[in-house]
Design a protein around this ligand. Structure first.
Ligand code: TMP
Length: 237
């Protein structure tokens, strides 16, 4: 497959067209942002870690019957993915209170939720990804009712696979963000699953093994990415 022009450059990734109309090449960058772009930096080899970690998770999900856009890794920073028509939604699943949920609702970080929950944001940098609910998503024409139902079903199915898998590796899956698109009309999981888009806590110490080290200036930022890759694949970079 031949890489053609860049289609889009995001905060953490670049997307390239290919000579195959059903596929893109995604390139993972070291750039990191937080607070909706207000805080900027780079994290050493983050692109390599996130490419490998995302490839690992998407392969695991496929093995467990959750189809997604991932096809294969072609080098340390690039992967071939199916071309999806993205839904303009961020879908967040939470198992434990943290981050914006703790702030907004005045709850302690670390409180285990009675059952996992899901929430939606409108994907919009200028509006700072505002909260919407599933009714808004349909009313605003962002997705159909059936698509929203399918998104929620798949989001919880991802949690049902990843949460016990990570628990086995000594990691608490606190929360994570997913993005979905349509592939030939079918709802399909896309984007990435990495320490940029998930909260991973060490099960014993609750040490953060994710981008919160960058967001909260906790230091040794690349150490979290390194540790997650090691726990998942045994690979030490
Ligand atoms: P939050 O607590 O800040 O709402 O974040 C919940 C989860 O979603 C956390 O794992 C980080 C992830 N996330 C993203 O990947 N991108 C985003 O733009 C936001 C707001 C959160």
């Amino acid at each position: 497959m031949k890489q053609l022009d860049m289609l889009y450059e995001g905060k953490a990734k670049k997307v390239y067209k290919t000579d195959d109309e059903d596929h893109y090449i995604v390139h993972y960058k070291d750039d990191a942002t937080a607070l909706n772009g207000a805080k900027k930096g780079t994290i050493y080899d983050k692109g390599v870690f996130n490419n490998k970690i995302t490839s690992f998770f998407f392969t695991l999900l496929k093995k467990n019957g959750i189809d997604n856009h991932f096809e294969k890794m072609i080098n340390d920073r690039d992967q071939i993915v199916k071309k999806l028509q993205m839904l303009p939604l961020e879908v967040i699943v939470r198992n434990v209170v943290a981050g914006s949920m703790a702030k907004r609702l005045g709850r302690e970080e670390g409180e285990v939720l009675i059952r996992p929950t899901v929430e939606f944001s409108l994907k919009s940098d200028p509006l700072d990804d505002p909260w919407i609910n599933e009714y808004y998503a349909v009313s605003l024409g962002l997705a159909t009712e059936e698509q929203v139902k399918e998104v929620i079903r798949q989001a919880f199915a991802v949690n049902d696979v990843l949460k016990p898998f990570l628990a086995d590796k000594g990691v608490v899956l606190v929360d994570f963000k997913l993005e979905f698109g349509l592939f030939h009309g079918q709802v399909m999981l896309g984007d990435e699953i990495s320490p940029d888009t998930c909260r991973f806590w060490d099960a014993d110490t609750h040490e953060h093994l994710d981008k919160d080290r960058f967001r909260r200036d906790l230091g040794d930022v690349d150490g979290g990415y390194k540790e997650m890759l090691k726990r998942l694949t045994g690979e030490v970079l």
